[in-house]
Design a protein around this ligand. Sequence first.
Ligand code: NAD
Length: 377
Amino acid sequence: EIVFIAKESDPNEPRVAGSVESVRKLASLGFEVVVEAGAGLTSRILDTEYEKAGARIGTTKDAKSADVVLKVRRPTVDEIKSYKPGALVIAIMDPYGNEEAIAAMAKAELTAFAMELMPRITRAQSMDVLSSQANLAGYQAVIDAAHEYDRALPMMMTAAGTVPAAKVFVMGAGVAGLQAIATARRLGAMVSATDVRPAAKEQVASLGAKFIAVEDEEFKAAETAGGYAKEMSKDYQVKQAALVAEHIAKQDIVITTALIPGRPAPRLVTRAMLDAMKPGSVVVDLAVERGGNVEGAEAGRVVEIGGVKVIGHLNVPGRIAASASLLYAKNLVTFMETLVSKEEKRLAVNMDDELVKATALTHGGTIVHPAFGGAKE
Ligand code: NAD
């Protein structure tokens, strides 16, 4: 059986769905691995390295004979047509709001898996693309902020005088936020953070940052069973905004990472808050692709609002593509291991497996995922 690792057709996607290590692993699982020529170049992986790991270098035409297609992004309409019916396609499918594309994959009789729907359970931790990519985005957000900031982050005591430490405030202390906190701390900044989940308080403190939040009864009950944030009441949002406004005015760098699954990103930083910041301050909105946490942030741009630079880079994990691809490829291959029979060295997808059920969008010509019109159990 053939696994095809595609070259991403989106020019804004430098990541790749296979690494040297993942190719080796796929070969050991019994697959013939074909990598589309040049697929790894933007992640600094040469075709010759894939070859040495056991892959054959192919072209887009090889997609047609593949039993499994591995990608970073959801395939385009043309790509869907170039796959063979019955093939598995595994990618970050971005399914919400893209129901037409899901229907097209069903019609093409593909079995499409959305990696970002992987359940956040212990068994699936090494397949969790949201975590692997958010962690790198959190790191990169601090690097991007430091790049735009025209002062040093650490306190420096020199013979010529003392440079004060930068104050960094991280809003949303999930996977990306916690890495942003750790990275800013490593660079010597004075770091504080906020979140609406009570569990975040201890995690923030354990990284040596100060926790800032309105800790009322609503806050104490604000975590869902899945460990995600709930949308907070208007009343809470007003109280939180007041506390944050006062705090933000004293910060040099603000990094926002707040998301609520299935909802637009919450608006956390208003124009008035930006105006209260010192000129030359920097704000990074990691939620910009999901509606944005920061008023005035623009997707794909760095804009200046009242003297504050507001960074809205797209595809932040792609800005650190070589590392992001390495982790993404590992997530994919670990998931692939659950889709094969190791004894018989062939695909053996169990549609009743909980990981398959959570991630499969289409199968056998129909949409199977209940969130996208598939039959409920
Ligand atoms: P996310 O990307 O959905 O959101 C980022 C953060 O924003 C979250 O911490 C959320 O609470 C916060 N947020 C939402 N609204 C906010 C608001 N109004 N103000 C401030 N902050 C707000 O979350 P995530 O990074 O994917 O992680 C969510 C949780 O899941 C974390 O506790 C994480 O540790 C946990 N997790 C568990 C597993 C696992 O068990 N396998 C894997 C990954 C993450």
